[in-house]
Ligand binder design. Structure first.
Ligand SMILES: Nc1ncnc2c1ncn2[C@@H]1O[C@H](COP(=O)(O)OP(=O)(O)OP(=O)(O)O)[C@@H](O)[C@H]1O
Ligand SMILES: [Mg+2]
Length: 288
């Protein structure tokens, strides 16, 4: 599998001159549906497939990616902003060669920062260009003023829902809100905690249909992850489930999602543009 991914990457490198960085936000309407666990294991899967991945905990103030990965981060995003560290000072190497940035706590809104601090924050983000194939943002649930800017600035969003009506309704409401903004982005869907694969597929297809009919938007169904005790064990062991038990049904499901995602990326053939991401973030925060 690694060989295949490596050759895919070389292909992308050749096509674009150099492989650009793609920014993907993992989002949900309702909280606690499995975004962080998905983000971590998806990042790990992409890394195993040969991509350079940076997992960025953007659930600022309520960050928990480091805990789920069993790491104690020396620094976090708050330290970078408040103590003038560079972004490279706060990047840690997690399990499975996934780089990550911890969100930290005691901080609520980027929007409330002074212009100088915001400018520095964006300048630091800018230096990530081409050092990674994918930057994955693990967002908090729902939408805040800050998170909307990051979601819309990125290349894609992956919506996580469970099959429960409350979770689906919240996912739909969030997508509708995102879709009402001036900028549109590609969205995909993951159904987590399913009883059967069929339940995931049916939930995905229904969601796709409603989104198409009422929002005139196509959403890609990337697959489902079963309800699996391994996930709970992994959380308690502070180890990604892909590492705790690679043969568990949740791990196999994430591997399939990674393959589906890579296939989708290949079909898109679009040039990602990290400069555009930076430009959008700047304009959202009214920076020059
Ligand atoms: N596939 C699964 N099977 C069983 N349990 C799961 C699964 N996915 C998630 N869980 C349970 O749900 C809990 C919440 O997951 P997670 O922290 O990833 O959600 P989240 O969407 O990031 O939450 P928040 O909105 O608070 O950021 C986990 O601690 C785990 O117990
Ligand atoms: Mg989370």
């Amino acid at each position: 599998m690694n060989d295949q991914a490596e050759s895919l990457r070389r292909l992308m490198d050749n096509k674009n001159g150099m492989c650009d960085t793609k920014v993907i936000s993992v989002i949900s309407g309702k909280g606690g549906v499995g975004k962080s666990n998905f983000s971590i294991n998806f990042s790990l899967g992409l890394s195993r497939a040969g991509f350079r991945v940076l997992l960025f905990d953007l659930d600022i103030g309520m960050a928990n990616v480091d805990i789920l990965m069993g790491m104690t981060s020396k620094y976090n995003i708050v330290d970078m902003i408040e103590n003038e560290l560079t972004i490279w000072d706060i990047i840690e190497k997690g399990p499975g060669n996934v780089s990550f940035i911890s969100g930290g706590s005691g901080f609520s809104q980027l929007f409330k920062l002074s212009e100088r601090k915001l400018e520095r924050f964006v300048t630091q983000l800018e230096t990530l260009k081409q050092h990674y194939d994918y930057i994955i943002f693990d967002m908090g649930a729902g939408i805040s003023e800050d998170s909307l800017q990051f979601i819309l600035s990125g290349n894609e969003a992956i919506m996580v829902t469970t099959p429960e009506p409350t979770s689906i309704t919240d996912a739909y409401a969030m997508l509708k809100y995102i879709n009402n903004q001036v900028i549109t982005i590609k969205c995909s869907l993951i159904v987590n905690r399913t009883e059967t694969e069929k339940e995931g597929k049916v939930t995905g297809e229904n969601f796709q249909r409603v989104v198409k009919q009422f929002l005139q938007k196509e959403i890609t169904y990337l697959g489902s992850i079963p309800n699996d005790n391994t996930v709970k064990k992994a959380v308690r062991s502070q180890l990604p489930f892909l590492l705790l038990d690679p043969k568990a049904k949740s791990s196999r499901a994430v591997e399939l999602i990674v393959q589906e995602f890579i296939g989708e990326q290949r079909e898109q053939k679009s040039n990602s543009d990290f400069n555009l991401f930076v430009q959008r973030i700047k304009s959202f925060f009214s920076l020059k």
